[in-house]
Design a protein around this ligand. Structure first.
Ligand code: GLV
Ligand code: MN
Ligand code: MN
Length: 412
């Protein structure tokens, strides 16, 4: 089989998809079920149909794109990722796995390959947590990690429920139907940019992911007392932002001193009320994101945060309330798929590293119901979740070629 990736087409599709954005180029903002996301979905769907593939959508908008195998009764070989993008993001996070997945299928078709197992590209809904506060909404429902009832309780920043938002976006059916049937997949492989600097630094073009770190996130609300910025004496204050600042630095310290570089903690959102220059902050809401490859170590940082909530609340006479958004276990890749990926790299003479994904991906949740593994390509300076995220067309094409080879090995 002579596999050829149409690098030019793939690259121009990545550029075209980046134009569906609520931010000015080169930034991409594409929040799930916004008008731009809906336009982007429709555009991708047309590309898939042009390739002769069968497109269907489930009740949360996960989009399955099937190349039917010669024995359609066999479990499916899956690939895919997401096209939603956080505010002020880049062009490649998720998109490389979706458009690369489509190109891998087209390359296999072009090469005359005939799969025995159906090969399916999956475009997950809301991998990013921007709208509903929780990441991987689609894959959590597919894997049964999140129940339909729990999903229905989620609301967006404007208070609209998942149910309202998805119906308005044209999704039909019930969320109960999203969960995958048992043994749906033979294997699932996700192609993604590394989102870290290791491959580039080591001058190695590919990474075979052996595990995905465990994410946890919380929303913490601090309530103190507001007042006049000039008139209230410093000794009388219950400044919610100062309390939150102390909490944030305690969290940073806990992550820095965990004993492993794999521990990371981030506060990415800080809403201050009432938010006036001459008013003492009365209420602050922060987001907390903690991750680690070790569940025990990650939960150690969570405990340190909880203890800090108590002690800072007592010391500063503010109330601190924390609410869990998610707390997930890490995932291990399936050794047989890892071996297939390694074999595909070796067959084409490409060097690879075995690595850990510190970012989460839908594969984390699909791993609960199917054998999974991931393939990483380098990205410049390890930048991701920012507008200057960049992966070179050569690296993308190389990853796509290895993905195609791997899908063929798994589907024959
Ligand atoms: C995914 O975007 C993550 O935050 O790891
Ligand atoms: Mn992302
Ligand atoms: Mn991603």
């Amino acid at each position: 089989m002579k596999l050829a990736i149409d690098q030019e087409r793939l690259n121009s599709e990545i550029e075209a998809l980046a134009a569906f954005s609520d931010a000015d180029a080169p930034a991409v903002t594409r929040v799930v079920f916004t008008a731009k996301d809906m336009e982007a979905r429709a555009w991708v769907k047309v590309r898939c149909e042009e390739a002769g593939l069968l497109v269907r959508q489930d009740a949360i908008g996960n989009t399955f794109v099937r190349w039917t195998g010669s024995d359609p009764t066999l479990p499916v070989v899956g690939t895919g990722s997401h096209i939603d993008a956080i505010p002020n993001a880049g062009k490649y996070d998720g998109v490389v796995g979706v458009l690369g997945g489509l190109e891998a299928i087209r390359a296999l078709q072009q090469a005359g390959f005939r799969p025995r197992h159906s090969i399916e590209l999956l475009i997950f809904t809301a991998e990013e947590p921007t709208r509903f506060g929780i990441g991987c909404l689609g894959s959590r429902l597919l894997s049964g990690t999140l129940s339909a009832d729990a999903a229905r309780k989620l609301t967006d920043n404007d208070g609209a429920s998942v149910e309202e938002v998805r119906r308005k976006a044209g999704m039909t059916g019930e969320l109960e139907q999203v969960k995958l049937p048992t043994a749906y997949y033979k294997a699932f492989v996700e192609l993604h940019i590394e989102q870290g600097p290791i491959l580039e630094r080591e001058h190695v073009p590919l990474g075979v992911v052996e595990r995905i770190a465990a994410p946890a996130s919380l929303r913490v609300t601090v309530e103190g007392a507001g007042g006049h910025a000039g008139a209230v004496l410093m000794t009388e204050r219950k400044d919610a932002l100062c309390a939150a600042a102390e909490l944030i630095l305690t969290l940073e310290q806990a992550a820095r001193t965990s004993g492993s570089i794999d521990t990371v903690a981030t506060v990415g959102i800080c809403d201050v009320f009432p938010g006036a220059v001459n008013s003492i902050p009365a209420k602050v809401r922060i987001s907390v994101d903690i991750r680690d490859t070790s569940l025990a170590r990650r939960d150690g940082v969570v405990r340190a945060l909880e203890e800090a909530c108590h002690s800072i609340s007592a010391k500063r006479q503010v109330t601190v309330h924390s609410e869990w958004l998610n707390s997930d276990a890490p995932a291990e890749s399936d050794p047989a798929i890892v071996a297939t990926l390694r074999h595909a790299c070796e067959k084409h003479g490409f060097r690879f590293l075995l690595m850990t994904s510190r970012a989460y991906h839908d594969s984390l949740f699909i791993s609960r119901v199917a054998p999974v593994a991931m393939l990483f390509i380098p990205c410049r300076n390890g930048y991701s979740h920012r507008p200057d995220e960049f992966a070179s067309p050569d690296d993308i094409a190389r990853g796509t070629l290895v993905l195609a080879e791997t899908l063929a090995m798994l589907a024959e």
